[in-house]
Design a protein around this ligand. Structure first.
Ligand SMILES: [Zn+2]
Length: 316
């Protein structure tokens, strides 16, 4: 009779040890959001470059769904190692949230076997990236021995499925709703929503604690329409394209920033200032702590375009 509690205790201790070791083994970047739902949070980069991209790891009874594949081949290898520790199940799907290379570094590690899903326009954009620059991978290989090792088995991968506007993936017991976000960041942006778990991978329509990259086709009203739609889902967790996971506050912070930016640019336009003058003089001290300050001029461009469009609209 006395042996039982001892045995039970021994089992408990060994389970506890296993669990603790397993949690530590996932590495400092991997955070658990819910049972089976993890995020690999991109590491901070030097020189105000902001953090690397985030990657979602969702375990289902029918295999793993990855949301993006990492910023660099070494980050992608860390993601691969974490997945292997979490489950012996294969990768079933790789969902891409945008076309930019900093979310695609590990596509070759996960697809195949993962079926690569992205919004329409992704194939055309990715084809431009590598066949258009055949030396890209050689440059990467030459950058460090670690990257060279991480690139072993590299092959160029394109999506097998391109969807339009909305797609639902049912994988095992989980549901993934894919939403297209128009003019939000890249040529084809996808938010991934897990309605049962209330976890939202927002893509780079939102980034946390930093200024976003706004390319010429990106439109502030479209960003705001997308974040309004995403907020209405009432997510418990929001995982932005870059930066720490959080809540809808990430969207609200961004909305406040654009409102203030557009307001200030509008006042300066009213005062007769040129775009160049605005870029030199505009101050946003409320956001001194945000990273990637070199992106402020492109944000001013977008705000200026919006203000100019409103003036044209008024005068018509
Ligand atoms: Zn991007």
């Amino acid at each position: 009779m006395r042996a039982r509690p001892t045995l039970a205790l021994a089992v408990c201790i060994s389970l506890l040890t296993v669990c603790t070791v397993a949690a530590q083994d996932l590495g400092p970047n991997v955070h658990k959001l819910k049972d089976g739902v993890y995020v690999y949070v991109g590491s901070d980069r030097p020189n105000d470059a902001g953090p690397e991209s985030n990657c979602g790891i969702v375990i289902t009874q029918a295999g793993v769904v990855l949301i993006d594949t990492g910023q660099t081949p070494t980050a992608s290898r860390a993601i691969q190692a974490a997945v292997k520790k979490l489950t012996s199940q294969p990768i079933r799907y790789v969902v891409s949230t945008e076309t930019h290379g900093d979310h695609h570094a590990g596509d070759y590690l996960f697809s195949p076997p993962g079926v690569f899903v992205a919004h329409e326009g992704t194939i055309a954009t990715l084809k431009d990236r590598e066949p258009g620059d055949p030396a890209r991978v050689e440059r990467l290989r030459a950058s460090s021995p670690e990257v060279r090792a991480a690139l072993e088995g590299y092959h160029f991968v394109l999506p097998q499925i391109e969807y339009r506007e909305k797609m639902t993936l049912n994988v095992g017991e989980r549901t993934f709703e894919l939403f297209y976000l128009k003019n939000a960041h890249s040529e084809a942006d996808t938010a991934v929503w897990l309605p049962k778990e209330r976890v939202l991978f927002s893509a780079s329509v939102a980034v946390n604690n930093q200024f976003n990259v706004l390319r010429p086709w990106v439109d502030i009203p479209d960003i705001l329409a997308a974040t309004k739609m995403l907020k209405a889902l009432s997510p418990e967790f929001v995982i932005p394209g870059h930066g720490a996971p959080g809540t809808v506050k990430i969207f609200e912070d961004q909305e406040q920033f654009y409102a203030l930016l557009v307001d200030r640019v509008a006042k300066m336009v009213k005062d007769g200032k040129s775009l160049d003058q605005i870029k030199k003089e505009l101050q946003m001290p409320e956001y001194d702590k945000w990273m990637t300050k070199d992106r402020i001029p492109a944000n001013i461009d977008a705000a200026y375009n919006l203000v100019a469009a409103r003036l044209v609209f008024k005068s018509n």
